[in-house]
Design a protein around this ligand. Structure first.
Ligand code: NAI
Ligand code: COI
Ligand code: MG
Length: 354
């Protein structure tokens, strides 16, 4: 198959992990006889430096013509002055809005070797297999903002349509899994959450085969650490999902292991690790590339329909974890490039065996 893949390396460790994802996709294309074309474009701080715009027109044009998009990460201290007129993260938000990718799918599957690194007792993490569906194009990140010398505001707004489509996405996914949806909100305080809860309840009635429970976000943050194996699909609004998924990544052993797919728009999906640009380790080959490589596997499955190829990549990652070829965040000493090389070797072996 032919596919145009737009690569957005971004800032900090973004280029290091994006290179790992591209290397794996190139090898899969070669091994399985696909023609993937890769084109790199600017986003975030890199784009501010080069074009004065965190999502320049050349990048927008490429995004709209792509079959799939692989992103590293954006942001960093260089562009983080609270008084800066323009910020890298605006490029990321503008891209999500441009593509209409309202459902951010963040799976959390644990590998026994790395789950053992989690601060939780093994009996607590046993059997954890859950997926967050985070609403991605609405809520407080996209509301009107004001700031004066004396105060500031961020508006949080959700329409029924925005809630309904993402909740429906969660129910459809739950039907293919353990048939349970947990809808997370703050309905004891927020009007947007009360609307969220009423829409989730109405949509849930259309799925009598799927159990629906509502959970307040503060206690959800606690339950994720005390009984994570009780959950299947967790659907929530943009900011709550952003925060809960970083928390949940700890159960897997490292934030660097978590992939994501942003889907639901009319065009291409966006695939990126859930972590940020990690300025504290950038440029040192310390970044764990596995979250990005697993995002590349999601790209193969969800945007290109290449399920066998995606399974080869996921099996290769499992093999590398099993072998203990680990970056520093997982207690190892391997570099980003060495772990990527190990995944490429394992992909080769798994594809031969397939
Ligand atoms: N999608 C994106 O592009 C995102 C961008 N950001 C941006 O990233 C910048 C840094 O934000 P932080 O709050 O520090 O979050 P972060 O996710 O970049 O880093 C948090 C901690 O996790 C570690 N870490 C993250 N990814 C890792 C990996 N692959 N391997 C090993 N260790 C890893 C970092 O070294 C750091 O100690 C900010 O400018 C923020 O806005 C944050 C989240 C997502
Ligand atoms: C700019 C932020 C919304 C990025 C982030 O933290 C994320 O998408 O996980
Ligand atoms: Mg985040």
């Amino acid at each position: 198959m032919k596919a145009q893949i737009v690569v957005l390396p971004g800032d900090g460790i973004g280029p290091e992990v994006a290179a790992a994802g591209v290397a794996v996709l190139r090898q899969i294309a070669e091994r399985f006889g696909h023609q993937f074309t890769f084109s790199e474009h600017a986003i975030g701080g890199d784009a501010i430096d080069r074009f004065g715009d965190p999502l320049p027109p050349s990048t927008r044009e490429a995004l709209l013509a792509a079959d799939a998009i692989l992103l590293g990460a954006v942001g960093g201290p260089k562009w983080s002055d609270p008084n800066a007129k323009v910020r890298p993260e605006q490029g990321l938000l503008a891209m999500r809005k441009l593509l209409g990718v309202f459902a951010n799918v963040r799976p959390l599957k644990l590998h026994p070797r790395t789950a053992a690194l989690s601060p939780l007792k093994p009996e607590r993490t046993q059997g954890v297999d859950l997926v967050f569906i985070r609403e991605l194009t609405g809520g407080i990140y996209f509301g009107a903002k004001t700031r004066s010398d004396t105060d500031a505001t961020d508006e949080c707004r959700y329409s029924v349509e925005e809630i309904e489509r993402v909740v429906r996405h969660a129910f459809e996914l739950a039907r293919t899994r353990k048939k349970k949806v947990t809808s997370v909100d703050k309905a004891n305080v927020l009007e947007t959450s009360r609307l969220w809860r009423s829409v989730a309840t109405r949509v849930g009635a259309e799925y009598p085969d799927v159990a629906l429970e509502h959970q307040l976000v503060d206690s959800m943050a606690m339950h994720l650490l005390t009984r994570p194996a009780d959950y299947d699909v967790i659907v929530t609004e943009n900011m709550f999902g952003d925060i809960l998924t970083d928390e949940a990544s700890v159960l897997a052993g490292s934030l660097g292991l978590s992939p994501s797919a942003s889907v639901g728009g009319p065009g291409a999906g966006v695939y990126e690790p859930i972590h940020g640009s990690a300025p504290d380790i950038a440029g040192q080959q310390l970044a764990n590339p596995l979250g990005t490589i697993l995002s590349a596997a999601m790209l193969l499955r969800h945007s290109l329909g290449l399920t066998d190829e995606a399974a080869v990549v996921e099996a290769a990652v499992d093999h590398v974890l099993e072998q203990g070829n680990l970056t520093r965040d997982l207690g190892g000493t391997a570099t980003t490039q060495a772990v990527t090389r190990a995944v490429l070797d394992a992909c080769h072996a798994k594809a031969e065996a397939a």
